[in-house]
Write a protein that binds this ligand. Structure first.
Ligand SMILES: [Zn+2]
Length: 132
């Protein structure tokens, strides 16, 4: 029997691989953003690149946390409420730190304190790859 809230070993292996793919993708993205041949003639370009880089850094830090939690057996539980994160959600965003409920609450909180428009640029870094 699988203990509730625990990610099955087989599933964990798949998610581990995905996590590595995400990490590679983000590292490549940061390299590209740091490329001096990139177009950054306008202030808008610089701003967009800065927010992309910030989002990539945020995702990378989430990936590191997820990877550590995989090694310590804590992976798959919400860092906010401790409840198991939906496996479906982990398959889409393997570096999710929060369950869908806490993630939504966090987004609402951010939207309330940040000026309009900025919460979509970086967000919590959770769903970055998929919203663009
Ligand atoms: Zn939660």
């Amino acid at each position: 029997m699988i203990a509730p809230g625990k990610v099955p070993a087989q599933e964990l292996a798949v998610l581990k691989r995905r996590l590595r793919e995400h990490r590679r993708f983000r590292q490549k993205q940061l390299q590209d953003l740091a490329d001096p041949s990139q177009d950054r003639r306008t202030a808008a370009h610089v701003e967009i690149q800065a927010s992309l880089a910030a989002a990539a850094h945020q995702v990378l830090s989430n990936i590191e946390v997820a990877s550590t939690r995989m090694n310590t057996g804590q992976y798959g539980s919400c860092q906010q409420c401790g409840r198991p994160i939906d496996l479906q959600r982990l398959r889409i965003v393997p570096h999710s730190r929060y369950c869908a409920r806490c993630h939504h609450a966090e987004d609402t909180r951010r939207a309330a304190i940040e000026p309009t428009g900025s919460q979509k640029s970086g967000g919590s870094g959770e769903d970055g790859c998929w919203s663009r």
